[in-house]
Design a protein around this ligand. Structure first.
Ligand code: FES
Ligand SMILES: [Fe+2]
Length: 342
């Protein structure tokens, strides 16, 4: 069901502090906190004594004290104090997970800790470029399987119906797409020529009149998606496109973290190449993105329920090609990882 040897976004960095924060990820209960030195920590959220969640205890000098009989655990998960006993039981420890703070997000490695490598965390291009601005990020909990979210983020056609008043513009419903494979996922892209700007982007771009629009929808295993939108004055877009001062570029990063098979924590960031110091623009993008992703959530939660209750095999359409390709490859990776396939 899940690829374990991978980094997942656990939370926005601002959500992990000096309080115990329980989160469920890939069906595992995990408690997060930050040490006095600012390092994020993630431990199995169950005391090895009577399995009281450690998140029901308290933080004492960078250790978690269990709220039942006071066993204390350090950041490595080792029990370092047992006040009711003269000696600490040798097996008194909980699992600790590799965690990294990067791009304003806290990442957790859910598989074999020996394989964790922070170089595998996605790169955010232009992060330090002063001409670009990134939003602080936001998140939603969705009552659906994470793969409905990745399906949706490999399907640019849905904007014509789900986002009529934001991302939609003429041409989004029927312009053909190109699909390609990458080493770590799938890309769907298309240029749409000489159309009206969608209402979400019209106040943000640096030109008036019709646009050429690139929709680049990319998903990386297991469940990260990157949507790059480029808007240029009509006539300037196309396969040989060269960026110039009139180009508007918005890159949306989407990080799906399965809570379990039926629920997903969905995090995102938006990164743009205009108005880096304009807080109003940043706030407008953040709130418009949230409104649009609430539209996705409403559809995808209903899709999850509809598919779970389906009594006949659902049909597939041409627009599903990239999502199905991504699902098949991910399924093979999960099978290989769990030792169920050669
Ligand atoms: S349950 Fe944690 S110390 Fe007893
Ligand atoms: Fe959407």
């Amino acid at each position: 069901m899940f690829l374990r040897n991978s980094w997942y976004v656990a939370a926005l960095s601002s959500e992990i502090g000096a309080q115990l924060r329980p989160l469920r990820i890939l069906g595992e209960n995990i408690v997060f906190y930050r040490t006095g030195g600012g390092e994020p920590v993630a431990l199995q959220d169950a005391c090895p004594h009577r399995r009281l969640p450690l998140s029901k205890g308290r933080l004492l000098n960078n250790r978690i004290e269990c709220g039942y009989h006071g066993l204390q655990f350090d950041h490595s998960g080792q029990c370092v104090a047992a006040p009711t006993q003269s000696r600490i039981p040798p097996s008194a420890r909980v699992r600790s997970y590799p965690v990294v703070d990067r791009w304003g997000l806290v990442w957790i490695w859910m598989g074999d800790a020996a394989l964790s490598d922070d170089q595998l965390i996605i790169d955010v291009l232009n992060y330090d470029n002063p001409d670009w601005k990134i939003t602080a990020g936001d998140a939603l909990t969705c009552a659906c399987n994470y793969q409905y979210l990745t399906d949706n983020l490999l399907d640019p056609s849905h904007v014509a119906w789900v986002h009529r008043t934001s991302f939609a513009s003429p041409g989004t419903e029927d312009t053909p797409v190109e699909i390609s494979d990458t080493d770590n996922g799938v890309i769907v892209r298309r240029w749409i020529y000489d159309r009206k700007l969608p209402s979400f982007y019209a106040p943000l771009v640096r030109f008036k009149g019709n646009c050429d629009r690139l929709q680049h929808y990319e998903a990386q295993f297991p469940c990260t998606a990157i949507n790059k939108s480029i808007f240029v004055p009509s006539g300037k877009g196309g396969p040989g496109f060269q960026s110039d001062e009139s180009s508007y570029v918005m890159v949306s990063y989407h990080f799906m973290t399965p809570i379990d098979a039926d629920n997903t924590r969905y995090h995102w960031l938006q990164h743009r190449n205009t108005d880096p110091d304009n807080e109003k623009v940043t706030a407008m993008i953040a709130s418009s993105a949230r409104s649009a992703f609430l539209e996705d959530r409403e559809v995808l939660e209903a899709v999850h329920t509809g598919m779970a209750n389906a009594t006949a095999r659902p049909i597939n359409l041409g627009l599903d090609a990239a999502a199905l390709r991504f699902r098949r490859k991910l399924e093979r990776m999960i099978s290989r990882e769990s030792g169920n396939s050669p």
